[in-house]
Design a protein around this ligand. Structure first.
Ligand code: GLU
Length: 558
C-alpha cells in the first residue's frame, strides 16, 4: 500500500495542470432549489446518428415524469466514444424528439447552443471536470494510473482462463494498483500511455441490497473490478461520467435502459468512492418484439427491425401523438382504460407511475401501434388531415404536395368523406396513406389504374345499360335518400331485385340485386369495387367528372 503522501505525489505527476479542487467544482454547481417530490431527470443519449424507437420511449418517460412533478427535464449528450460519433448527431436527437413533443428544460438545443445553468451538457466539454475528480481520487488512493498494454491484458485473460478463475482486472491481477511512485514516474517519463482505474475495495463474496424504482428490490454482489475511469485520451468512461454528471446536475432519479442494470455494483462503489450520495435508479425494460412466429421475445433491433428507427415513423408520416399514446400504454397498462374513460383529454393529464411499469418487458407491436394511429387520425378534422398530409408531403412526396397545394378545397372535401356522423372512416394509419385517398379523385392517378372486372357478376351489356340509363336520371342536387331511391328504381326497371330475401328465394327471376347496380356505378366512377361512400364520392367529384366517367365506362362495355 502506498502512503497518503505518495498518492498525492502521484496525483501531481499525473495532473500537474489541474489546479481546481472538487470543492471549487461544487461551488459552480450549487444544490438545486427544488421542492420535495419535484424530479430532476435526464435523458442521456450518445450522438450516434441513429435515433432508436426505444430512445423516444425512455425520454418520453423521463420528460413526462419531470413535468408531472413540476420538476426539470435535462438532455445530456454522452459523446465520449469518439469512434461512434456522427456529425449532426445532436440535432438529430433534439429535432427527432421535438417531433414527438419531447422537449427539455436544460441541455443542447442544436449543434452549438445549450441552455441551463448546470452545463455544459455535452460530455466532451466537461473533460476538465472529470480530471479534477480523477485527481482527487488518486490523491485519496481510490484510483490509480495503470500502464498495462492490450497484449498484457490479453495475457492475463489467458492465464485466468487456464486457471478457471474470473477474467478481468481485479485484486492481485491488477498489477498497477500498488505500483511505487518510482515505477509510475518512469513510465510517465517514457511517455507511456495510461488510464486511470478505480482502486476497488469491493468483495465479490459480499452483497448489498438496492431497490430499483421499477424493477424492485435486489441483492447484488459487490464490484471488485478495477474498472477504467479515464481513458488514455482523457475521456471518461460511462461509469465515471455517470455519477459525476448526475450528481453535479442535481439529478434525483437515474432512469436508463435495463442494459445498465448489470453495472449497478460498479456505480454503487463509485458513488461511495467519490463521496457522493447515491442517486436512486429506475431501469425500464427495453422495447421487445415477438420473434420466431410469436414463439420468442427479443429486443427491438436496430439491425433487424425497420420500426426500431425513429426515421421510419417520420418518413411514413405516423402521427406522433399516437406513438406517444402507445408508449404510455406500454409504460403503464392502465393508460388504456384511462383513455377509454377520457377520450378527449390531453395525454398530459394522465399520471404516469413508476410503480405501475410492466416489469416483464414492454412488448412493441406495430399492429397495435397502427390501430392507435387509425383511431387518432379518425379524431382529426378534414382540414387537420389536409394540413398534416401537406406537411408530410412537402418533405417526402413532391407530387402529392403539389396536388394538395393546388387543390386545397377539393382535397379537404375528399378527406371529409365519411368524416362525420356515426361511422367515421378509419383507413388512414399514417399521413403517407393520404395519397391513396386522393387516387380516385385525380385523373392523373385514376387514368393509371384499370377497371376491376365485374363481368362475371353483371353482363357487360347490362352494365352498359345501367350506366347509360343512370346518366339520364343523375341529378347532382339530389340528397342521399333521393339518390339511393333513384338507383333502386333504376335497378328494378332493369330487372334487379331490391329485396335481399326475395332475391335469395327467387334468384332465377332477377339479374341481381340493387347492390349489383350500385357496384356497377361504383366501378364506373372509381374503377374499384370498394370505395368510400359512393354518394359522397360523386358529390366531391362533381357533375362533370361523374358524367364523363360514366360515359367513358359505357364505351368500354362492348
Ligand atoms: N449514454 C448512455 C446510453 O446511451 C446513457 C445511459 C444513461 O442514461 O445513463 O446508453
Amino acid at each position: 500500500m502506498r502512503t497518503k503522501d505518495e498518492n498525492i505525489q502521484i496525483a501531481e505527476l499525473l495532473f500537474p495542470d489541474v489546479k481546481e479542487t472538487v470543492g471549487d467544482i461544487f461551488k459552480k454547481y450549487p444544490k438545486r432549489n427544488i421542492k420535495e417530490g419535484e424530479m430532476v431527470l435526464r435523458f442521456a443519449p450518445s450522438p450516434t446518428g441513429f435515433l432508436h424507437t426505444g430512445s423516444v420511449y425512455t425520454s418520453m418517460v423521463g420528460v413526462k415524469l419531470a413535468r408531472q412533478s413540476n420538476g426539470i427535464a435535462i438532455l445530456r449528450i454522452e459523446d465520449t466514444d469518439k469512434k461512434r460519433e456522427v456529425e449532426g448527431g445532436i440535432s438529430l436527437i433534439v429535432n427527432g424528439l421535438k417531433g414527438f413533443g419531447i422537449e427539455f428544460d436544460e441541455g443542447p438545443i442544436n449543434e452549438t447552443e445549450q441552455v441551463g445553468e448546470y452545463g455544459p451538457y455535452i460530455q466532451s466539454q466537461r473533460l476538465d471536470i472529470y480530471k479534477v475528480f480523477a485527481k482527487d481520487m488518486v490523491e485519496r488512493g481510490t484510483a490509480y494510473p495503470c500502464f498495462i498494454t492490450d497484449e498484457e491484458l490479453e495475457q492475463i485473460r489467458k492465464e485466468q482462463e487456464k486457471l478457471g478463475v474470473r477474467t478481468g482486472y481485479y485484486g492481485d491481477w491488477a498489477k498497477w494498483r500498488n505500483a511505487t511512485v518510482e515505477d509510475i514516474e518512469k513510465e510517465l517519463k517514457e511517455g507511456k500511455p495510461f488510464v486511470i482505474r478505480l482502486y476497488s475495495t469491493g468483495d465479490i463474496d459480499k452483497s448489498f441490497e438496492m431497490t430499483d424504482r421499477i424493477k424492485g428490490r435486489f441483492t447484488l454482489r459487490e464490484n471488485d473490478m478495477d474498472i477504467v475511469l479515464l481513458k488514455s485520451d482523457g475521456f471518461p468512461t460511462y461509469h465515471f461520467a455517470h455519477p459525476i454528471d448526475d450528481t453535479l446536475m442535481g439529478i434525483t432519479l437515474v432512469i436508463r435502459t435495463e442494459e445498465w442494470f448489470a453495472s449497478v455494483p460498479i456505480h454503487y462503489e463509485l458513488f461511495k468512492k467519490l463521496g457522493f450520495k447515491q442517486i436512486e435508479y429506475a431501469h425500464p425494460s427495453p422495447l421487445m418484439k415477438l420473434d420466431n412466429e410469436g414463439k420468442s421475445k427479443r429486443k427491438l433491433s436496430k439491425r433487424k427491425d425497420p420500426e426500431a428507427d425513429v426515421q421510419y415513423y417520420i418518413e411514413n408520416g405516423y402521427p406522433n401523438e399516437a406513438i406517444i399514446e402507445y408508449f404510455l400504454t406500454l409504460a403503464n397498462s392502465n393508460f388504456y382504460d384511462w383513455r377509454i374513460q377520457n377520450p378527449d383529454v390531453d395525454t398530459n393529464e394522465f399520471q404516469l407511475k413508476l410503480e405501475k411499469f410492466n416489469k416483464a418487458g414492454a412488448l412493441f407491436d406495430i399492429v397495435k401501434l397502427e390501430d392507435i394511429c387509425k383511431d387518432y387520425i379518425a379524431t382529426l378534422s378534414a382540414e387537420e388531415i389536409y394540413e398534416r398530409s401537406l406537411n408530410w408531403a412537402r418533405e417526402y412526396d413532391e407530387e402529392e404536395a403539389k396536388l394538395l397545394e393546388e387543390n386545397k378545397e377539393y382535397c379537404i372535401n375528399i378527406f371529409n368523406i365519411e368524416r362525420s356522423g356515426q361511422k367515421i372512416r378509419k383507413d388512414i394509419v399514417k399521413f403517407k396513406d393520404s395519397k391513396e385517398q386522393l387516387r380516385i379523385f385525380f385523373d392523373t392517378f385514376f387514368d393509371e389504374d384499370s377497371y376491376e372486372d365485374i363481368s362475371d357478376r353483371v353482363d357487360k351489356d347490362v352494365q352498359k345499360e345501367i350506366v347509360e340509363k343512370y346518366i339520364d336520371i343523375y341529378n347532382p342536387d339530389d340528397d342521399s335518400t333521393v339518390w339511393f331511391d333513384n338507383v333502386k328504381k333504376l335497378g328494378e326497371e332493369l330487372g334487379f331485385c331490391s329485396d335481399r330475401k326475395e332475391y335469395e328465394a327467387n334468384r332465377e327471376k332477377y339479374k341481381g340485386t340493387v347492390g349489383d347496380v350500385a357496384m356497377v356505378l361504383r366501378v364506373a366512377i372509381t374503377k374499384k369495387t370498394q370505395s368510400p361512400d359512393l354518394y359522397q364520392v360523386m358529390n366531391v367529384l362533381g357533375k362533370e367528372k361523374v358524367v364523363q366517367r360514366l360515359e367513358k365506362y359505357a364505351l368500354e362495355m362492348v
